[in-house]
Design a protein around this ligand. Structure first.
Ligand code: SFD
Ligand code: AMP
Length: 627
């Protein structure tokens, strides 16, 4: 076996990940841990300051309810998410996040985040729920608060350690194992409770950007399905694995559209100039009641644009010049004020990208695009798994104690596995939490997990013989490479193993062509999915032949295994749900309609660690009482 030192770390609470949910969990848990003399340890595969989805920054806080100013109620937010997710959401979880999210946003401001304010000192809204920010350093600010809280409570942070798998004792999670991405060290974290907050997944599907653009995607390439893998391998029930997210973005550099639609009130049109949201309005009848209420769900907005593409009316364009012109119109009688306003709008347009998707600004510059003069192409991205945005995939977690629902079996945000909690992208059916809601949910999970430890925490029993077996499995790709790499003149071509990049291409090809990726125009069917499952049998077999040249490759091997599990859960759940509910995310051509009678329910799944079998489960949707 490759020579890796084993480093054992004992803690009370382990937080896996260092993004928004993890930072929220760390900040809150540290406070309660200090009171109870407990230790909190956070492990991130990257460096906390710039890890996860918010690495480059963001230009808006997408969830702010505005309860203190009487703008909205938490119940309003529940109705919004119910509508946007075509009726499928865990309303208790959405409610719990919504009632806590504002205090998180106020903390962000206290920690130094600049939220735009108007002349009256009120937050500038992008839309009903969204606040504009100067967000290029958003992640640094939130990470700093988490670091300070952990330091104050005697906690620890491990950066650049890739968590590979859960550590289990029967149906109880007792920590995690992983390896350093820089040194030959294998880590064993033993914990009385574990919170998984390792984000969602990208590059499961073949991206639009291949060849020279490979690696560019809307979702950050460093989130690779580790949350899903971790919870599935622990035997946790999962939910909404079919609810992938496809954002519409400025084409090829993936710049955000929210500010354009909501703040600038821009129209999206086909190459012929028709506004698909108006021209194709009648199509929304087919998706009633959700298609007929406002706001029109994100997937249906996508779908109407996709119908234009199918009809040969592409490319689609965002009418940036028209929108800027409309806003500036009010100033046209005063040339000086007009010029000033135009300058301001122009800089806001560029800042929107520079805050969070810098490469879109590069692309505009490279293509001589001045948004005030010329429109820009938009397109549907490849599918992603991001339960915190407008997708919903994640673990099935226990709801808040004070809300009357059947969804309660343990401490709030605990999975169906003892001692294992999830938040952010890792927890499912509670979409539209975004950065602020993920942080709030992390705080909820952090407090709950500490309470779990205080009430249930016994001394840990970890079978080190099992740990040694896990270590051998995790390091196997290094051994396989070492054993065979000299047998061929070109070490990347070898009948005894497959390198991680080749493996990823194969996974992406299956997902793209059979499970409704970009090149299949997001369409799939029962037969295509069945064939994908057949091909996955071989893919899984060959995953045992993944080989690694060094620790970087070892990380890539495991990232791809994590992606593969996310892909399999997706295929199985799309297959299970015999209807089309989210056209614009995916379309099942053999069941092209929504079936409220049979499928207004959660489609859950569970992989059984004891038998290796998958179980598919329908779960009832229970509305938040009185909402
Ligand atoms: O508008 C391991 N999001 C936006 N939210 C907003 O509030 N406003 C916006 O402006 C947003 N925009 C946006 C957003 C996302 C993306 C990708 C883009 C633009 C391009 C959504 C939020 O970013 C998102 O909801 C939260 O970040 C979710 O939080 P969380 O904690 O669930 O995920 P994370 O922040 O990505 O962190 C993941 C962490 O896990 C680590 N990790 N660590 C150890 N071992 C492993 N195996 C690991 N695998 C991953 C990561 O390093 C990271 O620390 S807008 O354009 O949509
Ligand atoms: P995006 O940049 O697309 O991620 O959008 C940012 C926020 O605005 C998210 O909360 C979206 O759900 C919301 N949003 C974007 N476009 C629209 C739209 N056309 N109508 C309503 N909400 C939107």
């Amino acid at each position: 076996m490759a020579n890796f030192e084993t480093v054992e770390v004992s803690t009370d609470l382990l937080i896996v990940g260092g993004g928004f949910a993890a930072c929220g969990a760390a900040t809150e848990a540290a406070y309660w841990a200090k009171k109870h003399g407990l230790k909190v340890t956070l492990v991130d595969k990257a460096a906390l300051d710039r890890s996860g989805a918010v690495a480059m920054g963001l230009s808006a806080i997408n969830q702010y309810v505005g309860i203190r100013d009487g703008e909205n109620t938490a119940e309003d937010y529940v109705r919004y998410v119910r509508q946007d997710l075509m009726g499928i959401s865990r309303e208790d979880l959405v409610y719990n996040i919504a009632r806590h999210v504002d205090s998180t946003v106020h903390l962000f401001e206290k920690w130094g985040l600049k939220i735009w304010t108007d002349e009256q000192g009120k937050y500038v809204h992008e839309g009903r729920w969204q606040l504009m920010i100067n967000g290029e350093s958003y992640k640094v600010i939130i990470a700093e608060a988490a670091k300070n809280a952990l330091a104050d409570a005697g906690g620890e942070i491990y950066e650049r350690v890739f968590i590979t798998a859960p550590l289990m004792e029967g149906n109880k999670c007792v920590g995690a194992v992983g390896f350093s991405t820089r040194e030959n060290k294998f880590y064993v974290f033993k914990a009385k409770a574990t919170i998984v907050a390792a984000g969602g997944a990208v590059h499961v599907f073949r991206p639009r950007s291949v060849g020279e653009g490979f690696g560019r995607s809307w979702y950050p390439p460093f989130n690779t399905g580790s949350s899903a893998y971790f919870t599935m391998k622990a035997g946790a029930e999962m939910t909404c694995q079919e609810v992938r997210f496809i954002p519409i973005r400025f084409k090829d550099a993936y710049g955000p559209v929210g500010a354009w639609f909501l703040l600038f009130k821009a129209r999206a049109v086909s190459a012929e100039g028709g506004e698909y949201m108006a021209v194709r309005k009648d199509e929304l009848q087919n998706w009633a009641p959700y298609g007929l209420a406002k706001p029109i769900p994100a997937n249906l907005r996508n779908y109407l644009g996709m119908l234009d593409i199918d009809a040969g009316l592409g490319p689609l364009y965002m009418e940036t010049a028209e929108a800027i012109g409309n806003i500036a119109k009010d100033y046209q009688d005063d040339p000086k004020a007009f010029k000033k306003k135009m300058k301001e709008l122009e800089s806001e347009a560029w800042e929107d990208f520079l805050d969070m998707t810098i490469s879109q600004a590069h692309l505009w510059a490279a293509q001589n695009i001045k948004p005030e003069e010329k429109h820009s192409e938009i397109a549907a991205c490849e599918p992603y798994f991001i339960g915190s945005h407008s997708g919903a995939s994640g673990a099935w977690v226990s709801g808040p104690e004070d809300v009357e629902t059947p969804y309660k079996w343990g401490h709030t945000n605990m999975c169906t596995v003892e001692g294992l909690f999830a938040a952010g992208d890792a927890s499912g059916a509670s979409s539209h939490k975004f950065s602020s809601g993920s942080h709030a949910e992390g705080r909820i999970a952090g407090k709950s997990a500490i309470r779990y430890i205080v009430e249930n925490g016994q001394d840990l029993k970890v079978d080190m013989a099992e740990v040694d077996k896990l270590k051998a499995t995790i390091l196997a790709p290094l051994d396989l490479y070492e054993a065979h790499c000299k047998e061929t003149t070109a070490p990347e071509i070898n009948p005894n193993y497959i390198l991680p990049m080749q493996f990823m291409f194969r996974l992406q090809k299956i997902m793209d062509e059979y499970a409704g990726g970009v090149t299949s125009a997001f369409k799939t069917s029962k037969s295509l999915l069945k064939r994908a499952m057949e091909l996955f049998v071989f893919l899984k077999e060959d995953s045992e032949k993944l080989a690694a040249r060094d620790v970087y490759d070892l990380e890539r091997c495991w990232e791809n295994i994590h992606r593969m599990w996310q892909g399999e859960a997706h295929i199985r759940t799309v297959f299970f749900r015999e209807e089309t509910r989210w056209p614009g995310y995916y379309f099942r051509s053999d069941t092209p309609r929504m079936d409220e009678e049979n499928w207004h329910c959660f489609a859950n799944c569970r992989w059984d660690p004891a038998t290796g079998e998958w179980e598919m489960i329908k779960r009832e949707i229970v509305a938040l009482p009185g909402v």
